[in-house]
Design a protein around this ligand. Structure first.
Ligand SMILES: Cc1cc2nc3c(=O)[nH]c(=O)nc-3n(C[C@H](O)[C@H](O)[C@H](O)COP(=O)(O)OP(=O)(O)OC[C@H]3O[C@@H](n4cnc5c(N)ncnc54)[C@H](O)[C@@H]3O)c2cc1C
Ligand SMILES: Cc1cc2nc3c(=O)[nH]c(=O)nc-3n(C[C@H](O)[C@H](O)[C@H](O)COP(=O)(O)O)c2cc1C
Length: 635
């Protein structure tokens, strides 16, 4: 262990830092250089330098430089440097919507605890901002959602830190791990904002922010190792010689599946038990009800969790791409950093993302090909055109539009992202269906530029997975979408379309546990006759009293389109009364439109029925969020 309970770091004592040739091993010229440099260095720079020298020369060789007065080097420093206690306490704060940041926050906590640190791991939603001033070591792990917005449980803390009430933080040492997706315009925006703001408030960044794309394991592990070494080096530079160095090596399996050996980085090949279309004949939509066996996996979940599935690309698209590039389908290409190779056809089917374009990919392709047109699209003044191009095209379009035929696989393949897993809100209660997990998956199909486009995972599930076949899965735990602890608490569930999935899990769970709390479901889709997903189940639960009331909105059955938010507004009095009784509100489904409209409807209800000003209504919802009485699972 590198530190004892009390640790020390070097601190500059005013401005008397001066080396003498007589009591040092340096030449006159070196002493002059050092005397010019050293007074300019801050404490953390000295610690860093000291750690750097430790790492390059071996700790014993320079240990005395920083700690004791027993060696020649010590006489060099003892008049000018003193040691000061530094806290071994670290606060890890996470802001997470779907659980990734939370999993990584747990992982860095574990790593630090193994090194003897006392770590307090807290959701930003539970954090008391007034205690910020007291923190010396802060790690932030946060994702970005919406269009560059903080995850729900980070909103109050994010607002606080950007408000005038935010304190000066000159004693704070911090680092930020930012999660995001490079296919979004505002990549890792929330992490960037926290990072910049903490610096503005006077904090010292101990390790540069790491911005992670969807395949975050490696970059996150690197950041964690840097953080741990940075803390360790600060201690090593000042404590005894021979102390253990910081951890190395990649972090282990994802923390989100502690009970099982299977996780995001080690998925379980699960058997599909059932695969049905829930929509009636004549519907515009196709929604599959999929049942998957967890037998033999040890995987466990709770209502509100999601299932991750690693999909395969559409074989037709892969063939078209191979042809457009002029590649030999059997040629071997690397599929990971361990040197494993596969035929390029299989690599494109199972390992690489070919349906989403990102700005970093286009930038690298422009460099690779020297394409003037592509460089122009990426240049200043073409932001709107770039945004549209990224949203509307896939790799095949890029290959065709920018004449990539002939670019070799060893040049292009390393530029592609790994195919990311898709998440699905679990639609079953594990108590109602032990050993199984159910999903409600809407098939994504559309046409663009004269070509049929297929949602990678949903179309694979709809067209190419039969019962008896296997899919690689993992459980994505989500603490931010959970039934109230108290079974008597009323719940209001708003879930149009596939958003209804987790509410099937919630009601299944409440039925199994005999919970007595009232429940109210708002559901909607296009047509009553063809799109009323799980209709018979809701009706049975209504009869049995498991579901207290249900309001539906079928948008295309009436002249004027009605959506769930309209039904909520129609029932505003009752809805407000439920809120006043302590009900918890859950929203699941479309993020872009529905979740915003439902949020606005809730604000209107609070203003209308509660007589609140718009500001007070917004505060009311934030306070609900903090009490975990307003939770969203939106995508
Ligand atoms: C926490 C969470 C829970 C989720 N739960 C569910 C769930 O319960 N059920 C469910 O069905 N999905 C759910 N999703 C969404 C799911 O993860 C996938 O995003 C969805 O199934 C599409 O994946 P895909 O691979 O089929 O499509 P992809 O290949 O990823 O393609 C989808 C993309 O196609 C583009 N696109 C789609 N339609 C059009 C169009 N008409 N015109 C132009 N472009 C278009 C959009 O860019 C869209 O993002 C959830 C997502 C999250 C994050
Ligand atoms: C609906 C939705 C919106 C998103 N918006 C952004 C975004 O604007 N910028 C970004 O970098 N990432 C965005 N992401 C990607 C997430 O930040 C990424 O999936 C992250 O790993 C999620 O971490 P979490 O599980 O801790 O919330 C979005 C993801 C979803 C599902």
């Amino acid at each position: 262990m590198p530190f004892e309970r009390e640790t020390y770091y070097v601190c500059r004592e005013v401005d008397v830092l001066e080396l003498q040739v007589t009591n040092s091993p340096f030449t006159q010229e070196q002493v002059e250089l050092l005397n010019r440099l050293l007074p300019q260095l801050g404490d953390h720079q000295k610690i860093w330098l000291s750690g750097f020298l430790s790492a390059t020369l071996g700790t014993a060789a320079i240990s005395g430089f920083a700690s004791s007065a027993t060696s020649e080097q010590a006489s060099l420093t003892s008049p000018v440097l003193q040691v000061m206690p530094v806290s071994k306490e670290v606060t890890v704060l996470f802001g997470s919507q779907t659980g990734n940041s939370q999993g990584l926050a747990k992982k860095v906590t574990k790593k630090l605890e193994e090194q003897g640190y006392q770590v307090s791991l807290t959701s930003m939603g539970d954090f008391k901002p007034n205690s910020l001033k007291k923190i010396e070591n802060l790690l932030i792990v946060v994702s970005t959602h919406g269009e560059g917005e903080p995850p729900d449980n980070a909103i109050p803390f994010h607002e606080f830190i950007f408000s005038k009430r935010a304190p000066q933080l000159e004693n704070l040492r911090f680092s930020v791990l930012a999660l995001g997706d490079t296919s979004y315009e505002f990549f890792c925006q929330t992490g960037k904002e926290f990072d910049q703001r903490l610096e503005e408030l006077g904090g010292t960044r101990i390790v540069p922010r790491a911005d992670c794309d969807v395949d975050f394991d490696e970059s996150a592990a690197e950041w964690m190792n840097e953080v741990v070494s940075s803390f360790n080096q600060a201690g090593e530079a000042l404590t005894s010689a021979g102390a253990a160095t910081g951890t190395t090596g990649a972090a282990g399996a994802s923390a989100n599946s502690a009970e099982s050996e299977y996780s995001r980085s080690n998925p379980f090949n699960a058997e599909v038990l059932e695969n049905l279309n829930l929509n009636g004949r004549g519907s515009d939509r196709e929604t599959r009800h999929i049942e998957i066996s967890l037998e033999g996996s040890g995987l466990q979940y709770e209502p509100g969790d999601s299932l991750g599935i690693y999909p395969e690309n559409h074989p037709k698209l892969v063939e078209e791409l191979l042809e457009a590039l002029g590649w030999n389908a059997e040629e071997l290409v690397p599929v990971n950093k361990n040197g494993e190779q596969k035929a390029v056809r299989e690599a494109l089917l199972r390992y690489y993302e070919i349906t989403v374009l990102t700005k970093p990919l286009l930038t690298q392709v422009a460099e690779l090909t020297g394409s003037k047109e592509l460089k122009q699209l990426l240049g200043a003044g073409h932001e709107d055109a770039l945004r549209s191009y990224l949203n509307e095209n896939d790799l095949l379009d890029l290959v065709q539009d920018y004449q990539l035929k002939g670019v070799s696989s060893d040049k292009l393949i390393p530029l592609l992202r790994k195919i990311p897993a898709r998440l699905y809100s679990i639609a079953s209660s594990p108590n109602a269906y032990p050993g199984e997990v159910h999903l409600t998956v809407r098939t994504v199909r559309y046409e663009s530029k004269g070509r049929n486009r297929y949602g990678v995972c949903s179309v694979q599930l709809a067209e190419r997975i039969e019962p008896g076949e296997q899919v690689p899965i993992y459980i994505q735990h989500n603490d931010n979408f959970k039934l109230p602890d108290n079974p008597d608490t009323p719940i209001i569930m708003i879930g149009p379309g596939t958003g209804v999935a987790p509410f099937r899990a919630f009601l299944g769970e409440r039925e199994e546990s005999g919970a007595s709390g009232k429940s109210w479901l708002f559901y909607g889709d296009q047509h009553f006759a063809t799109d009323f997903l799980y209709q018979l189940e809701w009706q049975k639960w209504l009869q049995d009293g498991v579901l207290t009331r249900m309001d539906v909105a079928f948008s295309r059955d009436t002249d004027k389109k009605v959506y769930v938010q309209h039904r909520m507004l129609e029932k505003s009095k009752e809805l407000y009364a439920w809120l006043q009784e302590g009900a918890a509100v859950y929203v699941c489904g479309d993020e872009k439109k529905m979740a915003h409209d439902v949020h606005a409807a809730l604000l209107t209800i609070l203003e209308q029925e509660g007589g609140l000003t718009p500001e007070k209504a917004a505060e009311y919802l934030i306070s609900l969020q903090q009490q975990k009485r307003y939770q969203r699972d939106v995508y």
